[in-house]
Ligand binder design. Structure first.
Ligand code: NDP
Length: 520
């Protein structure tokens, strides 16, 4: 089956001229599209074949297609078919409504996901009346949000990390990122843990001493704040899009598909920056959304206390388990520079809007649900959730740590008390240079190829299970994370296979399962 090509495409040579001679295989555009894109594997094959045919022509720098075929595969696609395009446009249009739907279901329907649909079906309500009942934009929320973002920018840009000087084992301060497709290695100021600590110290100081604002401030302005977050999400994505055309930070690392919607959504610039240090990906991925995550949960906890005079054990569990996850993120921020978000994804709406809106609004649904439905779990249930969350976290952290240690020491380390086993591999960057790398095959990386995702999914299930079994709304998170990580796994493996070629095949022969040994 041949893919239908998009009418908006620039011709092939223009894209190659702008962006270098790297490979051109189609990759899926977004986690949310995974269900549809997984079904399209046949189509992917056809696209890949077509892309291979296109590579039989000599490229602009004189390299043959075979050489280009060997080149490292990074980030998102160079070309878009109609199928992906429809998905991208659909997401741009509907993702904001998905967020609105869940938040509105809590605000107007006590967290019932089916009730609004049922009432719409019965004609008892209309979309317009639901929309009209939703709290609108307020200047109070705009002020809160502006102060919040400005404060995070200030902490990120103006307070160089000092925590690494006195916290043993913590890696902060100026750190190197991974090599970009054009062969650059960017420097980053790693001060996320410090930002998180200062922000939370101020939050507690306010709650206990200063009383400048109520700790329920976030919950009390939740929907008006959502409009502000949307404004920032769209503004930053649009700015990044325009910037890529007119003043890119590094034009060698830009990717243009020629399709405006795809470029807008999946990003053009790889590492857009303002000045030397304001890195869009690190800032928007890490703050303000992830710093806010724990504050949002604290605000929900305060609301429960205010409404019911007590905080339930389920709310405490959600706060504690998610705080561990968030703290882990900041403790390991230097490691995060080597993850797919920073190493491979370009900065577009998917990251810009996703970090501003999707993450803070949908990753915190459990706490929101528990404000409307306080759940006091039995001791056995609470213990089971705690165990699931901690075991999941242990697997997630240990797996990530093993790879990080292995890569940092270039294999000169011990994993599970033994010398690590690995597969030597090589790849070519877009400037034509050959690089060497190693794929770990022992420890958790010998159990499954993405066991870190398995641990993450166990932790995600624990957050949901903490909410009991009364409603499906809090379970949205595990459904979403499963889609996200399975899709990510497929997309990453596609990229690794292109990057490492037969070496990747040797690796998958050695470690045959992706997430669950013997199953998948
Ligand atoms: P990984 O940390 O698994 O990184 C994948 C990369 O690691 C591959 O592209 C490859 O890169 C390298 N690699 C793959 N196999 C091996 C191996 N055997 N040995 C050494 N290196 C290998 O993936 P992510 O960046 O997606 O995820 C990092 C963590 O973040 C995960 O734990 C995930 O669960 C979590 N996460 C959480 C999300 C959330 O929303 N909560 C979203 C996304 C991720 P290379 O090209 O360098 O070889």
């Amino acid at each position: 089956m041949l893919p239908v090509r998009c009418l908006f495409w620039l011709n092939h040579s223009t894209a190659a001229n702008v962006s270098g001679p790297g490979g051109k295989r189609r990759q899926a555009p977004c986690p949310l599209l995974c269900l549809t894109l997984l079904l399209s594997s046949e189509m992917n094959g056809a696209v890949a074949m077509e892309a291979t045919r296109r590579r039989t022509q000599p490229s602009t720098n004189g390299k043959t297609s075979e050489q280009s075929e060997q080149a490292a595969q990074w980030g998102r696609a160079w070309e878009v078919d109609w199928f992906s395009l429809i998905g991208v446009v659909g997401l741009l249009c509907f993702a904001p409504f998905i967020v609105f739907y869940f938040v509105m279901a809590c605000d107007q329907y006590e967290c019932s996901v089916s009730q609004p649909l049922f009432e719409l079906y019965q004609g008892e309500t209309t979309l317009l009346s639901i929309w009209a009942r939703a709290p609108s934009f307020t200047w109070t929320a705009a002020k809160i949000y502006a102060i919040w973002v400005a404060f995070q920018v200030f902490l990120y840009m103006c307070v160089p990390d000092f925590t690494h000087k006195f916290i043993p084992g913590y890696v902060g301060g100026v750190q190197d990122g991974a090599r970009t497709p054009a062969g650059l290695i960017n420097k980053y100021e790693i001060n996320g843990l410090q930002c998180w600590l200062i922000t939370h110290a101020l939050w507690f100081a306010n709650a206990h001493y200063f009383h400048w604002f109520s700790p329920t401030i976030i919950f009390d302005n939740w929907i008006p704040l959502m409009w502000c977050a949307n404004i920032l999400g769209y503004a930053v994505s649009t700015f990044a899009f325009i910037k890529a055309y007119f003043f890119p930070t590094n034009s060698e690392d830009c990717k243009f598909t020629g399709n405006i919607f795809y470029n807008y959504m999946m990003g053009i610039e790889f590492n857009p920056r303002i000045g030397k240090w304001f890195d869009f990906k690190l800032f928007f991925n890490g703050r303000p959304g992830i710093v806010a995550w724990t504050l949002i949960n604290l605000s929900y906890m305060a609301k429960q206390q205010e409404l019911y005079g007590q905080v339930t054990n389920s709310m405490i569990l959600v706060n504690v388990l998610q705080a561990i996850y968030v703290l882990d993120f900041f403790w390991n921020e230097a490691w995060y520079l080597k993850t797919i978000d920073i190493c491979h994804d370009h900065f577009g709406w998917y990251l810009g809007w996703g970090d501003c809106v999707w993450l803070p609004y949908l990753y915190t649904l459990q706490g929101l649900y528990l404000v409307y439905h306080p759940v006091q779990l039995s001791n056995a249930h609470a213990l089971a959730v705690l165990l699931l969350g901690l075991v999941g976290y242990y697997i997630f952290r240990s797996t990530n740590h093993q790879k990080d240690l292995f890569r940092r020491t270039e294999g000169a380390c011990s994993i599970w008390g033994r010398k690590p086993t690995y597969i030597e591999c090589s790849y070519r960057s877009t400037d034509g240079s050959i690089h060497r790398s190693k794929l770990l095959t022992s420890g958790f990386w010998g159990v499954a190829r993405h066991f870190n995702y398995t641990g993450d999914l166990m932790g995600s299930l624990a957050y949901c299970a903490a909410c009991g079994f009364g409603h499906i709304l809090p379970y949205f998170y595990i459904v979403y994370m499963t889609i996200l990580l399975v899709h990510r796994c497929v997309r990453d493996e596609h990229r690794c296979s292109s990057k490492y070629g037969k070496d990747w095949k040797r690796y998958t022969d050695t470690v045959p399962c992706r997430l669950i040994p013997g199953v998948f």
